[in-house]
Design a protein around this ligand. Structure first.
Ligand code: NAD
Length: 237
């Protein structure tokens, strides 16, 4: 029972923040979740490493008999570094985790999801992929890439009944944005962070988890190739 009853779903970046909140919500809604992260989750896996993604997909079929969904959510930020402060190594690592990670998830999960009748793949992008943002140039480029990737994948997988969508969170209070909140706190302008947003507050991980729940469930059966902005109205202001 529940909105995800009977579904087996892999979540990366499940050790903290958005991935952790989503894992908890998916489980509360009846899903079996294979929760993976570099640290702090049930299964240790590097989301940008092909062997690790293959292993997670195999775990789903061997231990649970099926795979219905994949939430490719693991990501890293480039902090406040500018173009002139970033190295090629920085760019390679950010693109590897944030963009090649979702590519590997789609590549290896989609055939297995298709084989059991279809399902849903969700990738965490960002409003930083729609405009510049905190996280730096490589981060924004990687997230713009994710929005593009889900559109291509949705086209290619539509006849397989595998839907592919992205979520674009705004500023959400997690480990990744702690430095933004800390800096504002140190300057005594924490309130201003909220005031930059039309809703006059930052978001919390559970609010992104609710969007992921909709996209993972059959309630979104006609939503495909979409980038769902969940930012309190920030990017439309
Ligand atoms: P977070 O730092 O709390 O969580 C990210 C998790 O990903 C961490 O647990 C980390 O260990 C894990 N991770 C990092 N590299 C990994 C790898 N190679 N393999 C597996 N796991 C890895 O931050 P969060 O805010 O929950 O981030 C989740 C996603 O949301 C990221 O893709 C991030 O870019 C995106 N996002 C966050 C915000 C925000 O404001 N917090 C806004 C837009 C998008």
């Amino acid at each position: 029972s529940g909105r995800l009853g009977g579904k087996v779903i892999i979540v990366t970046g499940a050790g903290s923040g958005i991935g952790k909140a989503t894992t908890e919500l998916f489980r509360a809604e009846g899903a079996t979740v294979i929760a993976a992260d570099l640290k702090g989750a049930d299964h240790q896996a590097d989301a940008g490493r092909e062997e690790d993604i293959v292993r997670l997909v195999e775990m789903a079929t061997q231990e649970h008999g099926a795979l219905h969904g994949f939430f490719a959510n693991a990501g890293i930020s480039g902090g406040l570094a500018s173009i002139f402060e970033q190295s090629v190594e920085d760019w390679n690592e950010i693109l590897r985790v944030n963009l090649i990670g979702p590519f590997l998830a789609i590549k290896h999960a989609a055939p297995v999801i298709k084989a059991q009748g279809g399902g849903s793949i969700i990738c965490t992008a960002s409003v930083a992929g729609l405009r510049s943002g905190a996280g730096g140039p490589a981060y924004s480029a990687s997230k713009a890439g994710v929005i593009s990737l889900v559109k291509s994948a949705a086209q290619q997988l539509a006849t397989s009944n595998v839907r592919v969508n992205a979520i674009c969170p705004g500023l959400i209070e997690t480990g990744m944005t702690e430095f933004v909140y800390e800096r504002a706190r140190a300057k005594g302008v924490e309130d201003r962070l909220g005031h930059l947003n039309p809703l006059r507050r930052g978001g919390v991980p559970g609010e992104i988890a609710q969007a992921a729940l909709f996209l993972a469930s059959d309630e979104s059966s006609y939503v495909n190739g979409h980038a769902l902005v969940v930012d309190g109205g920030l990017s439309s202001s």
